[in-house]
Design a protein around this ligand. Structure first.
Ligand SMILES: *[C@@H]1O[C@H](CO)[C@@H](O)[C@H](O)[C@H]1NC(C)=O
Ligand SMILES: *[C@@H]1O[C@H](CO)[C@@H](O)[C@H](O)[C@H]1NC(C)=O
Length: 153
């Protein structure tokens, strides 16, 4: 009886630690990374999904991937998917080579793509899915991930 209690308590502590360490990198859906191996998506201050993003704030995005291709260029394409409909999102800087990636991109090399997502005051308070692609010079996805977010004031 007593033993059972302590094993149970130990399990709770273990689960608690696990939750803490799993809090930072975001659980993403890979939507078809072809010419890269996507390993991590990190969004500042998103401990659980959907990411709670507040108007007037800017969130850091840090994507870790290993390239499976060589490419001179890389271009980010971002959509907000609202009720299943993808709406293009204008990114002020869509050049991956100016977002922490040293170009040309080489095969087998690990990169961190660094950008930010500004939630403007005029955005509606909605839940949506962010789809973020980085394309190589043949328009193939080096990475593609989707993460649900919720915008509020
Ligand atoms: C992607 O990375 C994971 C973890 O490093 C590895 O196990 C897997 O084999 C890699 N996939 C490819 C296609 O390189
Ligand atoms: C991005 O993530 C990598 C891996 O965790 C880390 O080493 C790097 O410092 C991060 N870069 C920024 C700008 O946060």
């Amino acid at each position: 009886m007593e033993r059972g209690c302590c094993v149970f308590a130990g399990l709770l502590v273990f689960l608690g630690l696990w939750a803490l360490s799993a809090a930072d990198p975001v659980k993403f859906m890979d939507c078809g990374s072809k010419s890269g191996n996507l390993t991590m998506v990190d969004i500042t201050a998103c401990p659980s999904l959907p990411c709670q993003l507040h108007k007037g704030k800017t969130y850091g995005v840090n994507v870790t991937f290993i390239s499976l291709t060589t490419s001179k260029t890389s271009k980010a394409v971002v959509h907000g998917i609202l009720s299943g409909i993808p709406l293009p999102f204008h990114l002020p800087n869509d050049d991956g080579c100016k977002s922490g990636i040293q170009c040309p991109i080489r095969v087998g090399q690990k990169y961190n793509y660094i950008n930010s997502l500004e939630i403007k005051e005029e955005y509606p308070s909605v839940k949506l899915v962010v789809k973020w692609q980085l394309q190589d010079d043949k328009d193939r996805d080096i990475f593609c991930w989707e993460i649900p977010i919720e915008i509020s004031s």
